[in-house]
Design a protein around this ligand. Structure first.
Ligand code: NBG
Length: 829
């Protein structure tokens, strides 16, 4: 890292000129300046994209002033910082958020209009950073927003993937992946800092020796060295002056060439090796709840963790009296197992680079880390083959062995004679030899939390039970939340305006205030405007659907949506079985009176997850058959919108009537789409799983459509030797639906969907067949309820009004009060 200049230049000399942009005229001037000085264009030569970049810079300049003030406050106060380590972030388009937070949307709109341009056209040019797979990455983005809004001094660290989650399109109904080149035209929100590069090493071996003072020391003689270049984006709080940073690391080859290759004249290969090390931050692994186990993935994890910790440690040294202060000045939150290699890395830094003893380093380390577990699927807890781990990180493997050795001693003291427990809890698993990252996290963190009440209890009772028995005090729950700024204010401006017109805008920073809407649910005129808002949103989505997939849908039909990653446990296939059932009922009785429905899907399947991709093909085939059948009289429509992401979510959530949250109980850790839908007035059809349970508690069971087996019932079924064929033969309607999938009516080729049917009939791991009847019956209740517009709207209002609890501000306040204890530090506007 390069020395800071503040030692040489007196701070008071570094005065920044203020950009007082208050009027449309000012804004136009700032825009023209940026176009000219930063973009190198005159108004005559500028493209629309140039104007977009100039606009982004203009808005960024506003936030820079706030950021400057934030840094000043941090430098003066030297507070405790939260460091959030996450391999994934899905922050969504920055422009919409930054316009809103800097309160410049109207200025920008008018200034551009005077140039004959439409703000929305420019916004559409911005690709979103798809640096995550799904809920976990999006949660990290909501958390950043809430930390800044609550004035919590925080840094978020991650990887600057050059290619984010793949772009999805459909070819003949099949998912096709193409690269997400979000950085192709550059990223105007980013500041890169090549001066602050950090060295990261891999491979090699270790050497042990005794130093002059008789202490045991270890040197890591590494094989490969590369650099991490920090690139940051601003994370403004809403309604406050605080601007925190998201710091993303980009892998760069170190400046030395491979001299040996160079010597033998192989210049091209020497350069090739350089690019190989830059591959580390090239691409996000498109996986969700199924660990990849790839060498490059472990490299990515260590890469960003090592860069981040280096910076955390050097900041601590710069601002505080010494590393022993670290746990009082820093808390590192580990977002799932992906960054858990931070634990041995901190031990290594403290011992090998800063000369602390094991006990000193351990005391600091175990008071610094807190771990969040986001899953209930044991197979989703990352494990790395010992051989791979040792090859890439030989020193870390030694440290992990030592941590494990000491930890298992503790277990033996606590549970004498219980060698079976010792074996279960070991960080190193035998046969095959693997490092279990969840065990490493659980044994070394001072806090372990789940993301919804049910999941947190299941962690204690099952997934991490032994750890709970050892340290019950470490376990806690932090039910997820979502930011009302993006998911209501930005996604649903019409609804936001309506809400604000009745209860003021305090709900945007204190979502509990939505409760004040409850009495309005009983007012007919309010219900009427609520319905108008929903309908306008439905019309807008219908227009988008028409443009995107060419299907005409009726805004007066019931919009029934399931948008989330494609995974068998989430049971998109159960939704498909319901649709097939409705289709067959209508074919059998064309006069049947059902509420017309539009089924909306959005989901990406991991590229190597064949069954998930086949489910996509199935739904697309279903759409083709249903949408083109004149006998249905437009009463059913099925649309699968390609490339579901944050931006598409912002269009869908506000326009939906029914939200499908139908995972098998005990599998969805929390879910956060369920919260976004409810806040936008959709009613949930759901199982007692994840955060559904808490949503139902809040909105009232009469305002929630419940179906399906509970966790104990699921367990009982499995124990009793579940046989899906019993349900298949026992329910003619179910049998007809399943048989139809392989009848040839769907996509022509009879064999195509056979694997889906085989897996349902012979395994059905997620009990779709067991829940089918209950699900179909539940949907009949939905149909019935939707016919009564007044009562439906009342339920819709109550859902939004009573979901204040699911603000990520509440979640973050709890993290801070119960885990982090980093005093908020307000920065005035
Ligand atoms: C996901 C869970 C979701 C949860 C999000 C955010 C992983 C490993 N977990 O249920 O499946 O809402 O995390 O907590 O991606």
């Amino acid at each position: 890292m390069i020395e800071q200049i503040t030692d040489e230049i007196p701070l008071q000399q570094l005065q920044v000129s203020k950009r007082n942009v208050r009027t449309v005229e000012d804004f136009k001037r700032a825009l023209a300046d940026n176009l000219y000085y930063k973009r190198g264009q005159a108004v005559y030569t500028a493209t629309r994209h140039d104007i977009y970049v100039a606009l982004a810079h203009t808005v960024r300049d506003y936030l820079m002033e706030r950021w400057h003030k934030t840094v000043e406050t941090y430098f003066q106060t030297r507070p405790k910082f939260v460091y959030y380590l996450s391999a994934e972030y899905l922050p969504g388009q920055q422009i919409t958020q930054n316009l809103l937070y800097s309160e410049t949307t109207d200025l920008a709109r008018q200034a551009l209009a005077e140039w004959g341009l439409d703000l929305n056209d420019l916004i559409a040019l911005e690709p979103e950073p798809g640096l995550g797979n799904g809920g976990l990455g999006r949660l990290a983005a909501c958390f950043m927003d809430s930390m800044a809004t609550l004035d919590i001094p925080a840094y978020s660290f991650g990887i600057r993937y050059e290619f984010g989650i793949f772009r999805q399109s459909f070819q003949d109904g099949w998912q096709e992946e193409s690269p997400d080149e979000w950085l192709f035209y550059g990223n105007p929100w980013e500041f890169s800092q090549p001066d602050d590069m950090v060295e990261v090493c891999f491979g090699g071996h270790t050497e042990h020796h005794v130093d002059d003072q008789g202490r045991h020391r270890v040197r890591w003689i590494h094989g490969q060295t590369l650099l991490g270049e920090p690139c940051h984006m601003l994370v403004p709080g809403y309604g406050t002056g605080t601007v925190n940073l998201l710091r993303l690391w980009r892998a760069r080859a170190s400046r030395e060439f491979d001299f040996e290759l160079f010597d033998v004249g192989d210049y091209a290969r020497a350069v090739e090796q350089k690019t190989a090390s830059e591959n580390i931050s090239k691409v996000l692994y498109p996986n969700d709840n199924t660990p990849e186990g790839k060498e490059l993935r472990l490299k990515q994890q260590y890469f960003f963790v090592a860069c981040s910790l280096k910076m955390i440690v050097s900041r601590t040294l710069q601002f505080n009296r010494g590393l022993f202060e670290l746990p009082d000045k820093a808390v590192v939150q580990l977002n799932d197992t992906h960054p858990v290699v931070a634990i041995p890395e901190l031990m290594r830094l403290l011992m090998d680079e800063h000369g602390l003893s094991w006990d000193e380093a351990w005391d600091i380390t175990r008071r610094t880390f807190a771990y969040t577990c986001h899953t209930l699927m044991p197979e989703a807890l990352e494990k790395w083959p010992v051989s791979l781990f040792g090859k890439l990180l030989p020193r870390h493997l030694e440290i992990v062995y030592e941590i494990n050795h000491r930890f298992l001693q503790e277990v033996r003291v606590r549970f004498p004679g219980d060698e079976e427990r010792v074996r279960r809890m070991s960080i190193i698993e035998e046969w095959p030899e693997q490092v279990c990252m969840a065990h490493l996290a659980a044994s070394c963190s001072f806090s372990i939390n789940g993301v919804a009440k049910l999941q947190s209890s299941l962690l204690k009772e099952h997934t991490l039970r032994d750890f709970y028995e050892m340290w019950p005090e470490k376990f806690n729950n932090k039910t997820n939340g979502v930011t009302p700024r993006r998911w209501v204010r930005m996604a649903n401006p019409r609804l936001s305006e309506l809400i604000t017109s009745k209860i003021g805008d305090g709900w945007l920073r204190d979502m509990d205030q939505l409760e004040a809407l409850v009495p309005y649910a009983d007012q007919a005129d309010f219900r009427q405007v609520w319905r108008v808002v929903k309908r306008e949103n439905k019309v807008a989505l219908a227009a988008h659907i028409g443009k995107s997939v060419g299907v005409q849908v009726d805004p007066d039909s019931l919009y029934d949506a399931m948008v989330k990653r494609l995974h068998e446990y989430k049971r998109q296939l159960l939704k498909a079985l319901h649709i097939i059932t409705l289709y067959q009922r209508l074919k059998a009785d064309p006069a049947l009176d059902i509420v017309p429905r539009t089924f909306i899907f959005g989901a990406k399947a991991a590229a190597g997850y064949h069954i998930a991709k086949l489910i996509i093909k199935l739904i697309n085939s279903l759409a083709e058959v249903i949408n083109s059948d004149p006998a249905l009289n437009d009463r059913l429509k099925v649309v699968f919108l390609p490339n579901f992401n944050v931006t598409l979510g912002e269009r869908i959530y506000p326009a939906v009537d029914v939200s499908e949250q139908i995972s098998m109980a005990g599998k969805e850790a929390s879910g956060t789409g369920n919260m976004k839908f409810a806040l936008n007035g959709a009613l949930t059809v759901g199982t007692l799983d994840g955060a559904n349970i808490e949503i139902r508690e809040r909105v009232g069971k009469e305002n929630f459509f419940l179906f399906g087996l509970t966790v104990p019932e699921v367990m009982a079924q499995k124990e009793a030797g579940y046989n899906p064929l019993d349900y298949y033969y026992g329910n003619p309607e179910l049998k007809r639906a399943i048989d139809w999938i392989v009848s040839g009516d769907l996509g022509g080729d009879k064999a195509l969907f056979q694997p889906l049917v085989d897996s349902l009939l012979h395994k059905d791991e997620y009990l779709l067949l067991a829940d089918y009847a209950s699900y179909v019956e539940c949907q009949e209740r939905v149909d019935e309820a939707y016919r009564d517009a007044a009562s439906w709207t009342r339920m819709s209002i109550l859902n939004a009004a009573r979901c204040g609890h699911f603000s990520s501000d509440r979640t973050i306040r709890q993290y801070n009060e119960e885990i982090w204890r980093a005093p908020p530090l307000p920065v005035g506007l």
